[in-house]
Design a protein around this ligand. Structure first.
Ligand SMILES: [Zn+2]
Length: 455
C-alpha cells in the first residue's frame, strides 16, 4: 500500500526545498515528491503520516567506515597519538581477541548505530566481509562491502593476490539487491606496488568497485616520498621488501593503475593541487572523514579545494574506534566548521555551508559510491531511502532555514524515522529489524573481554 510521509519541510536535495511537503512511497520506490496538498490530490486513498515540525530528506550515505571495529569505540585511545602503534593494536585485537561471532556482533551494533542516526547506505571496509554483509542485511541497510587485501612484501604479491581473489569469489553469493561487494587494497603502506597492479586489473575485469585508504597520515607520506619513518622502520625490522615509489600517494596510485578503476579514496588529507587534478582526471571520488582525521591528529583534508575541483566528495565516519560516533549530521557540521576555521572558501568566495554539507551527506555520497541512480535524493523513480528528523527541540528552535537547522543545530539523535528501500528500519526510538538488547549485551561482553588483557 502506498504511504505518504509529510512534514513541515521536505528537502529533496536534487530539487528545491518544499514547505509542507510530502513523499509518496510504494514498495521500495518513491512515487512522488511535492507539496502535500498536491500529492494528497494525486494519490487520494493512501495512508498519511505527518511528522509535523520536522524535515524529510534523503537517507545519509556513510562513505567510509569499518563496522566490525564498533566494539573498539574508545578502546584505542591510549595509543592514538602514535598511528603505527594504533594500527598495531587494532590489528592484534581484531585478529586475535575477536571471534567471527564477535566481529558480526560488532558490525551489527555499528549498523544499528547507523540506522538510528539516519544512515541508509554504508560503504564498509572489512577483512571479514561475510560478517559485514550479514550485519547490514539483518539491520536492513543498503551498502557496498569492500573486502580488504593486504601484502606489503612485493615478493609475496602473487600469493597475496590469489588469497584476495579466493576471498572475493567465496563472498559473491552473499550479495543482495541492496548490498554489493567491492575490493579494497587496504593502503599504500600495506599493499606492495605489484599487488596493487594485480588488484587494479582484477577489479576492472570483475567490475568490482574499489576503495582504498589514501594520503591519510604523515607516516604514509614519509614512506611514499622518502622510504623513511615508522612504516619503513617496521618493514626493515621484519625483513619485508617494500620499495618506496618516491612520489606522492596519489601519483603512486596513478602509476600502479589503481586510479584507472575510478576508486573511492578515503581521507586524501595529504594531497596537493597536482594530486587533486590527478584524482579528477581519473574520475575517482573521495570519502572525507574529518572527525577521524582530527582525532588521530592526521590533519585536515583540503575540503574546499576538493569541492572546487568538482570531485564527488562524500562524508565518512571511519570506524568509531577513531571518531567515536557514526553520526553523519555531526560529521557534516564538523566538516563545514573545520573548513571555515581554516579560512577555506568555495567558488564565489563563500564558506562551506549547510547546503554543501547536505549534498555531501546525500547525493554526493551516492555519487562517490556510484549509486546515484538508486539513492541520495528524493525524486520519483529512485529507491525510497529517506529520513525524518525532528526540528522542534530546544536545541533547534527557532528554525529560519531547515538545511541550516539540520547541519548546524541537529545530530543523529534527532532522527525520528529511517527508511531503506521503502522498509522502515528505525522508528519510535527502536531499530525494528534486529534485537537491540541482545546485541547490546554481546558488545558489552566483547568489550569486557578486550579490556581484561593487555594487547
Ligand atoms: Zn578506514
Amino acid at each position: 500500500m502506498m504511504k505518504l510521509y509529510c512534514a513541515r519541510w521536505v528537502l529533496p536535495v536534487a530539487s528545491a526545498p518544499i514547505s509542507d511537503g510530502a513523499v509518496a512511497v510504494e514498495g521500495a520506490r518513491i512515487e512522488g515528491v511535492g507539496a502535500r496538498a498536491e500529492l494528497e490530490e494525486r494519490f487520494p486513498s493512501v495512508e498519511v503520516e505527518d511528522f509535523g515540525e520536522a524535515a524529510i530528506l534523503p537517507g545519509f550515505v556513510n562513505c567510509h567506515t569499518h563496522l566490525e571495529l564498533t566494539a573498539m569505540r574508545g578502546f584505542l585511545e591510549p595509543v592514538e597519538g602514535d598511528f603505527f602503534a594504533w594500527l598495531r593494536k587494532v590489528t592484534i585485537a581484531r585478529g586475535t581477541r575477536m571471534t567471527t561471532e564477535d566481529i558480526y556482533a560488532s558490525a551489527a551494533w555499528g549498523a544499528v548505530e547507523a540506522a538510528r542516526a539516519g544512515v541508509t547506505c554504508v560503504a564498509d571496509a572489512s577483512d571479514a566481509c561475510a560478517c559485514a554483509l550479514k550485519a547490514l542485511g539483518e539491520v536492513g541497510l543498503r551498502g557496498v562491502v569492500f573486502q580488504e587485501a593486504f601484502g606489503p612484501d612485493e615478493r609475496e604479491a602473487s600469493a597475496k593476490f590469489d588469497h584476495a581473489r579466493a576471498k572475493i569469489e567465496s563472498l559473491r553469493g552473499g550479495e543482495t539487491p541492496l548490498i554489493t561487494l567491492g575490493l579494497s587494497p587496504h593502503a599504500p603502506y600495506t599493499v606492495s606496488a605489484p599487488l596493487l597492479q594485480m588488484l587494479a586489473r582484477y577489479a576492472s575485469d570483475e567490475r568490482l568497485p574499489l576503495m582504498m585508504h589514501a594520503a591519510e597520515s604523515e607516516a604514509e607520506q614519509l614512506l611514499m616520498l622518502r622510504g623513511v619513518g615508522p612504516f619503513a622502520d617496521s618493514f626493515n625490522a621484519r625483513g619485508i621488501v617494500f620499495n618506496s615509489p618516491g612520489v606522492s600517494t596519489v601519483r603512486h596510485l596513478a602509476q600502479t593503475g589503481i586510479l584507472d578503476t575510478r576508486p573511492l579514496l578515503a581521507h586524501c588529507v595529504r594531497v596537493d593541487d597536482a594530486d587533486i587534478e590527478t584524482i579528477k582526471n581519473h574520475g575517482a571520488s573521495v570519502a572525507h572523514c574529518p572527525k577521524s582525521n582530527a582525532k588521530l591528529g592526521h590533519g585536515r583534508a583540503p575540503l574546499a579545494a576538493l569541492l572546487r575541483a568538482g570531485l564527488a566528495v562524500g562524508l565518512g565516519s571511519d570506524s568509531v574506534a577513531s571518531n567515536n560516533t557514526c553520526d553523519l549530521l555531526e560529521e557534516a557540521r564538523f566538516a563545514s566548521l573545520a573548513s571555515r576555521a581554516a579560512g577555506d572558501t568555495l567558488e564565489g568566495g563563500h564558506m562551506t555551508g549547510a547546503d554543501d554539507a547536505l549534498r555531501m551527506l546525500t547525493r554526493d555520497g551516492a555519487r562517490a559510491l556510484r549509486l546515484e541512480h538508486l539513492t541520495g535524493a528524493l525524486a520519483e523513480g529512485l529507491e525510497a531511502d529517506l529520513v525524518a528528523v525532528r526540528l522542534d527541540a530546544a536545541h533547534q528552535l527557532p528554525v529560519y532555514d531547515a538545511a541550516s537547522a539540520l547541519v548546524f543545530s541537529s545530530s543523529g539523535r534527532d532522527v525520528l524515522l529511517t527508511v531503506v528501500a521503502g522498509r522502515e528500519v528505525f522508528r519510535g526510538g527502536r531499530v525494528t529489524t534486529v534485537d537491540e538488547d541482545e546485541l547490546r549485551a554481546r558488545v558489552r561482553d566483547i568489550a569486557r573481554r578486550l579490556s581484561e588483557t593487555a594487547v
